[in-house]
Design a protein around this ligand. Structure first.
Ligand code: ATP
Ligand code: MG
Length: 226
C-alpha cells in the first residue's frame, strides 16, 4: 500500500529525517514512536504530501506520490494533524461534511455536500453526533480532537494518517477510539499510520511499531519485540 525508500528531508535544507525506509501493508495498523523532536510529525507530513523530501521516494499503491494530483491524493489519504487549525465559526456537522486535505500549498476542503449518511455515521462512531449543531469554539480540546477525527474518517480514506490521535482524550475514550480503528482496519482494509507517545498503548493496538531517534529508524518490529 505504501512504500518509503531512503527518505531524507526536513525544513530549509536541514535534515530532520535521515535515510528512512519502510513499507506498510493494506489493513495494517502501523505505529510511529520516538522522543519529542525526533521527526515523527515531519515524517508524517512527507507521507501525506504536505512536505516534499530532499531525496528518496514515497509510493502509494505502486505509484510515486508525485504522480498523483492533490485531488487524487485527497481521495486516498486523510490526515489528522498534531495541531489542527480549524475555522472555529463552523458547526461540528459542517466541519465533518466539508472534508479537508493538506498538501504543499496548505489546507483545502475536498468536497462539500458529502453523503449525509456517512457524515452521521462517523459522527456517531467518534461520539460527536450530540454536538452536531455546536460551533467548534464551544467544544473542549478533546471534543474538538474527535471532530477532527470524524472529519478525516468522513473522507472514507484508504490510508489514515494520525498525529497523536489520543492527545487530549481521556483514557476510556482513547481505548474506544483505538478499538474502533482496529475494527476498521480489519473490516474495511483501512490502513492506519499513527504517531503515539505511549509505548504501552501503541503496543496494544499496532501490528508493527517504528521507533525514531533523531530522524533515523532505531528499530522496527512487532510490539512484543521492540
Ligand atoms: P513531538 O513529539 O514534540 O511532536 P516530533 O517527533 O513530532 O516531536 P517534529 O515536529 O517532526 O518532531 O520536529 C522535528 C524537528 O524539526 C524539531 O527539531 C523541530 O524543531 C523541527 N521542525 C519542526 N517543524 C518545523 C518547521 N515548520 N520549520 C523548521 N523546523 C521545524
Ligand atoms: Mg509531533
Amino acid at each position: 500500500m505504501l512504500k518509503i525508500e531512503q527518505l531524507t528531508g526536513g525544513y530549509s535544507q536541514t535534515d530532520i529525517i535521515k535515510d528512512v525506509s519502510f513499507s506498510v501493508s493494506r489493513g495494517e495498523m502501523f505505529g510511529i514512536l520516538g522522543p519529542n523532536g525526533s521527526g515523527k510529525s515531519t515524517l508524517l507530513k512527507m507521507v501525506s504530501g504536505i512536505l516534499a523530501p530532499y531525496s528518496g521516494s514515497i509510493s502509494i499503491k505502486g505509484k510515486p506520490i508525485k504522480s498523483y494530483s492533490a485531488k487524487e491524493l485527497a481521495r486516498i489519504i486523510a490526515v489528522l494533524p498534531q495541531h489542527s487549525s480549524e475555522a472555529f465559526s463552523y458547526s461540528v456537522k459542517e466541519t465533518v461534511s466539508l472534508g479537508r486535505y493538506a498538501h504543499q500549498e496548505g489546507w483545502f476542503h475536498t468536497w462539500s455536500g458529502k453523503d449525509e449518511e456517512i457524515v452521521w455515521q462517523v459522527m456517531e462512531q467518534t461520539g460527536v453526533a450530540m454536538f452536531a449543531d455546536s460551533l467548534l469554539h464551544e467544544l473542549s480540546g478533546g471534543e474538538r480532537q474527535r471532530v477532527s477525527l470524524a472529519q478525516a474518517l468522513a473522507q472514507e480514506p484508504e490510508i489514515l494518517l494520525l498525529d497523536e490521535p489520543t492527545n487530549h482524550l481521556d483514557l476510556s475514550y482513547q481505548k474506544d477510539l483505538l478499538d474502533n480503528l482496529k475494527g476498521w482496519t480489519r473490516n474495511t482494509g483501512l490502513t492506519v499510520i499513527s504517531i503515539f507517545h505511549d509505548l504501552n498503548l501503541a503496543g496494544l493496538y499496532c501490528d508493527r511499531l517504528l521507533l525514531l531517534d533523531r530522524g533515523r529508524i532505531k528499530s522496527m518490529d512487532s510490539p512484543n519485540e521492540v
